[in-house]
Design a protein around this ligand. Structure first.
Ligand code: SF4
Length: 409
């Protein structure tokens, strides 16, 4: 299945232009209005103009990493439009005024007690209440009222089918359906790489997405949208926002095969210890670290270096993206372009020198052991933030080499 999914996506990337035109023509024939957005700002302006035309100032939104990437919520709030996220995890982080920390499980970093506090503050649950069933029921009632009173709904797109002009949205909570079916205006935001050629290819992607994301055989709600209901308006916004540029970078183009399952994050030893927020980009983890430098190489220059290059991400990726190779390649590009941090570059130079000379390496080891023994304050001091949450190990009496030579005698 991974081979098949990868081959289908490679085909899409090689023929993206044709599939996009085909999708647009079929969607239009279905009665859907299709918009093209070159970047996040254009996407936001398009969504705003649709809402403005209908005099709508409140909108319900199901999970869409693209809108996170475009900072849609902030933009609409500045323009006086209230957005309610309807995915439970997203709603929790929205109330907590935090960005999602995972692309499938946006509030995986929160304990139920913390969620209890947020609900107490915003939704009026009893203080100290952290029973997941009570909290979920409260969210359900709160969101139900939202679904019934909003006239516009925005959803993401998991897969768009060029052959038919329809699109599929996968959720486990049914929130995309609730929003879209009860709204007068349905806006679907999709990255241009979300296409698949034919409906039959869904049989591969619907299974592989959920299997890699949550281990389910299929997502609870896999909803197909083709045309607007009677008296409903349906819009699709096709967003580029750097994707064409990534397509043109030969070493990195296949990162566009990503179906946002989150498996690479779940397996990554760095993500698992540090969490999504430490990546400071809309999409975190290994895949975020190869997508973000394409958006802004200077701002995200640190991300490809935050990896052990263990390759676990590439092993689990259902569409066979060679993520760890791309992390390594990004490092080379970033160094060549001069975006790497000066102290890091200097440190690496010193390391290169030390590691390429056995005598220098031995001397450095000795010096390190002496420093830890006689002058630990050079590391253990309040100016070193790294030390704050750590304890230094006992320095060994001798190096491995010294120990080995002694034993050999
Ligand atoms: S890169 Fe692969 S494993 Fe990671 S989110 Fe995308 S499809 Fe899933």
């Amino acid at each position: 299945m991974r081979e098949t999914a990868s081959a289908i996506k490679n085909n899409v990337l090689s023929n993206l232009h044709d599939y996009l035109i085909q999708f647009e023509a079929n969607a239009k024939a279905n009665g859907v209005t299709v918009h093209w957005a070159a970047d996040g700002a254009e996407h936001n302006a398009i969504v705003h103009s649709i809402l403005k035309r209908h005099g709508i100032d409140r909108m319900v939104k199901s999970k869409s990493m693209l809108t996170e990437e475009c900072h849609l919520n902030e933009y609409l709030a500045e323009n006086g439009i209230e957005v309610i996220d309807s995915d439970l995890g997203e709603r929790i982080v929205q109330l907590a005024k935090e960005p999602p920390s995972h692309i499938v499980l946006p509030c995986i970093h929160k304990k139920k007690e913390e969620i209890g506090e947020i609900f107490h503050e915003h939704l009026g649950t009893e203080a100290g209440m952290s029973d997941p069933q009570v909290l979920t029921e409260t969210a359900r009632q709160h969101l139900r009222e939202t679904f019934l009173s909003r006239r516009a709904a925005l959803t993401g797109v998991n897969f768009a089918i060029a052959e038919t002009g329809e699109f599929v949205v996968c959720t486990n909570e049914g929130n995309a359906d609730m929003g879209a079916h009860l709204s007068d205006v349905h806006i679907a935001s999709m990255g241009i790489e979300k296409l698949i050629p034919q409906r039959k290819h869904l049989s591969v992607f619907l299974r592989i997405l959920t299997r890699s994301a949550t281990g389910q055989p299929i997502t609870t709600y896999s909803s197909h949208f083709k045309k607007p209901r009677k008296n409903q308006e349906m819009h699709i916004v096709l967003v580029d926002n750097g994707r064409s540029r990534q397509l043109g970078r030969e070493d990195f183009r296949n990162s566009l095969k990503c179906i946002r399952c989150g498996a690479c994050m779940n397996t990554c030893p760095v993500y698992r210890r540090s969490g999504g927020h430490s990546y400071h980009s809309a999409i975190s983890g290994p895949i975020g670290s190869i997508l973000a430098p394409n958006w802004d190489m200077k701002k995200y220059a640190d991300l490809p270096f935050a990896s052990t290059l263990c390759g676990s991400c590439s092993n689990v990726c259902p569409v066979k993206i060679d993520i760890h190779n791309q992390l390594y390649k990004w490092r080379q590009v970033i160094v060549k372009e001069g975006y790497v941090d000066k102290t890091k570059a200097l440190g690496m130079k010193a390391m290169q020198l030390t590691l390429s000379s056995p005598s220098l390496y031995r001397a450095a080891g000795k010096m390190g052991r002496m420093t830890l023994k006689y002058a630990p304050f050079t590391v253990n001091n309040r100016f070193n933030p790294w030390y704050k949450q750590r304890e230094m190990p006992e320095p060994p009496k001798e190096s491995f080499r010294e120990w080995y030579l002694k034993r050999k005698k």
